[in-house]
Design a binder for this molecule. Structure first.
Ligand code: CDT
Length: 310
């Protein structure tokens, strides 16, 4: 019995700072309906898909930024996404800012969820690799304060959903080979990840012209080296004066891009993904059990930064 998952990369154009949740949710619903009309089982939305990318601004009083976070999922404004998923029998991956109270303390995460076709939550992921900085750096043209607005999540897990082994990551995670390998070691057959990537990175402007190359380079390598599908989805375009890359893509276990968005606005790119295509990579070149040498990889978990051994 073949295992096909027809997936849409549900790219979004910019979300303005003052856009309401209702306005954004309308756009997400349009994607769910559009994808259903194209026979999709699943729509992958971007990172922080309910708001503008607010870590670009410093707000000294974190409590004044609370409107950017969801305290319930589903909540009153997002319930309709779950109801529509169930009515249309179409699932989704959604990135959003999450705030929870644990042991009397507010905790904030950059989070994604995977919702099944019956509207149930199959899995939740909290971003592990938070890029940028933790303090206001006024010399920058814009901030990247993810280390201020969020705390890192604990792990990379996979989920039994959509007839396969599904994994999640968020934006900067895609640049780290550990992300894919952690899920590859758990048999991942499809890794979904949403992103918000400015074209310009203030500390490294010399990388700006390479931002799309790097975007595809890491996702294609992660797919091939782990024999998994990768679905990477942007929030793109000029958001509050900052140019964000597009380039949303569905990548096969061969490392080839099989569908991609061509605009920087709301757009769907669709591919019929055969999860069994993973097998020929996972059982040959990347047969981990046969070829990996974890006894030679100790430094990967023993230390964080690079250190010369002499
Ligand atoms: N959202 C996110 O993780 N963006 C980063 C920007 C890196 S520059 C500080 C990314 O890796 O695309």
């Amino acid at each position: 019995m073949p295992r096909f998952v027809t997936v849409a990369a549900g790219q979004l154009g910019p979300i303005a700072r003052d856009d309401s949740r209702a306005q954004v949710v309308e756009r997400l619903l349009a994607h769910l309906h559009g994808a259903k009309a194209m026979g999709c089982d699943l729509v992958v939305f971007p990172e922080l898909a309910l708001t503008t990318f607010f870590p670009r601004w410093y707000e000294e009083d974190l409590d004044l930024a609370e409107h950017f976070y969801e305290t319930q999922m589903p909540g009153p404004e997002t319930q309709v996404l779950f109801d529509t998923a169930r009515d249309l029998q179409i699932g989704f991956y959604l990135g959003y800012a999450e705030m929870v109270i644990e042991a009397g303390r507010k905790r904030r995460y950059n989070t994604s969820i995977l919702v099944e076709r019956d509207g149930s939550i199959a899995g939740k992921y909290r971003k592990v690799h938070l890029p940028g900085h933790a303090e206001n750096e006024p010399w920058r043209r814009f901030q990247h304060l993810e280390k201020y607005y969020f705390e890192p999540g604990p792990s990379f897990d996979v989920y039994d959903a959509f007839g396969g082994v599904m994994g999640m990551a968020l934006c900067n995670d895609r640049r780290w080979s550990e992300t894919y390998r952690m899920m590859g070691l758990q048999g991942a057959e499809m890794i979904m990840l949403g992103y918000n990537t400015p074209v310009h990175n203030p500390p490294a402007p010399e990388h700006d012209d390479l931002s799309m190359f790097h975007n595809h380079l890491v996702m294609q390598a992660g797919a091939y080296e782990n024999g998994t599908w990768v679905v990477g989805v942007a929030k793109a375009g000029n958001e509050e004066g900052i140019e964000m890359i597009g380039g949303s893509a569905i990548i096969a276990p061969s490392g080839e891009i099989v569908a991609a968005c061509s605009t920087k606005g709301d757009e769907l790119a669709v591919a019929r993904c055969d999860l069994d295509l993973c097998h020929s990579y996972k059982s040959t070149t990347f047969n981990f059990e046969r070829h990996r040498r974890p006894e030679a990889y100790g430094l990967i978990t023993a230390q964080r930064g690079a250190r010369r051994p002499w």
